[in-house]
Design a protein around this ligand. Sequence first.
Ligand SMILES: [Zn+2]
Length: 327
Amino acid sequence: MLLTTSVGSLPKPEYLTKARSQVRRGELGPEQLRALEEQATREWITIQDELGIDIIVDGEQYRGDMVAYFAESLTGFKQSELVRSYGNRYYRKPIIVGPIARPRPITVGWWRFAQRLTSRPVKGMLTGPYTVMDWSFNEYYPSRRATTLAIAKVIREEARDLERAGAQYIQVDEPAISTRPEEMDLAIEALGLVTHGLTAKTITHICYGDFKAIGPKLQRLPVDQIDLEFANRNFELLDFFKGKRFPKEVGLGVVDVHSHRTESRDEVVAGLRKALQVFQPEQLYVDPDCGLKTRTPQEAIAKLKVLVEATRAVRDELRTDGTAHHR
Ligand SMILES: [Zn+2]
């Protein structure tokens, strides 16, 4: 119970960030970059193993943007355009210009690479069809629904391949859901296409948004586990679940990924205890609020360390309680 994991991304070490900009300037070849991505993946797996994280992630050292990474590996997408997000920040937004297809597996090679490095299970990590649609321009399909369902078909193929390769956990992230609650039904329909028939445990991560609007539909998301941010709102989100029997597992974000500060063990323990007043221990998985990629490697490691220590302390409390009740 209370298995620990990460949401997905982990920070890139400085040598990898440097190498990625060298590749953009044409100073470094793809093979050299690949070797560094493998090195960084190896390092992150060793770190997670040593910290005692139960379900490992590959840390997405080889990914840039979570949507562009998939778009670049699929046919039907055009080289993305630079779009201004806010201020002087630009990002690449993929453009759909033809029928979407998956010529070959996208993440399976990296998943196998990571899984060979550890005896603990490695999670398969996919970006959900609704988010890929919402964060792309569409110049081909007649509607947002048609686009989303076409993407769902290829993400489903990828999920099946991950499962065939041996993935016991498959996470399909849908951060865009929380920004457009009015399209939640479409997101649910598309996610259902991806997860239907899978035997692996399925998870979706949703970033905090308009929770009042999406909250009531959360339990209809066709996955075994919903992973949410709790720490950065001081666990107030728990109030939503109070007094209900939420029928799914919950990934409990217990450290804030937006803050440089490392939480104390006591703070995380307190958060876990609060959550245990609302959820059953068997229902809970413990992780950071969101991907840790915006933190420094040192900050990320410190946060993961405290997460593991606090979870172990609470597990011990639960075991002691359990024994006491049986007496
Ligand atoms: Zn998030």
